[in-house]
Every structure is written in C-alpha cells, then in structure tokens.
Write a protein that binds this ligand. Sequence first.
Ligand SMILES: [Zn+2]
Length: 100
Amino acid sequence: MTASDPGLTDLIAAHTRLGAQQVGRYLCLCGWVGDYHDHPAHVALVVEQHTTRRIAELEARIAEAQSLCNATGRYNAALQKHWNIRVFACDVLAALKGKS
Ligand SMILES: [Zn+2]
C-alpha cells in the first residue's frame, strides 16, 4: 500500500462485528444487524461509499487547482501583453527622441 487513508482505517474500525444478537443475527458496531455472512458485504458497501466520496473530493480539488492554474496562466498572458505594449511604447519614444 502506497498511501494510507486514516479515515478509512477509522471507518473499518467503526464497523466491527460485535457478536450474535440472536441465532444467525449479528450486530455491527454501527448498529447494523444482519446475517453473519452479510457483514462483509455491509462493510464493503460502507468502504465503497467512503471511497467514492473521497474520489469526488479529490476530483473537486484537482478541478479547483486546474482552474487556478488556468487563471494564473491568463493573468501571466495579460501581464506579458501589457509588458510588450510598454516595451513597444518605450521603443517608439526612443525612436522619436532619436529623430529630434
Ligand atoms: Zn456497520
């Protein structure tokens, strides 16, 4: 595993199977009650929902960073254009002064 997700570790810990409520019925730490064999599927669903949410959060952050980069790029382009105009204006002034 390259990067751990502490939220996921806590999440799995919050879904520990506690024990039999009655014959064949087991209780999860979160309050879920179901068949012994259904508990792994219950935990898998919770993990899938968590992962989907985390991916959506990361995608939103990537999109935000991307739009920030685009905005910075536009700003730099505008700055460069402004600078080019200034340089051009200085060249024109210098040329005019040189003529007089
Ligand atoms: Zn649970």
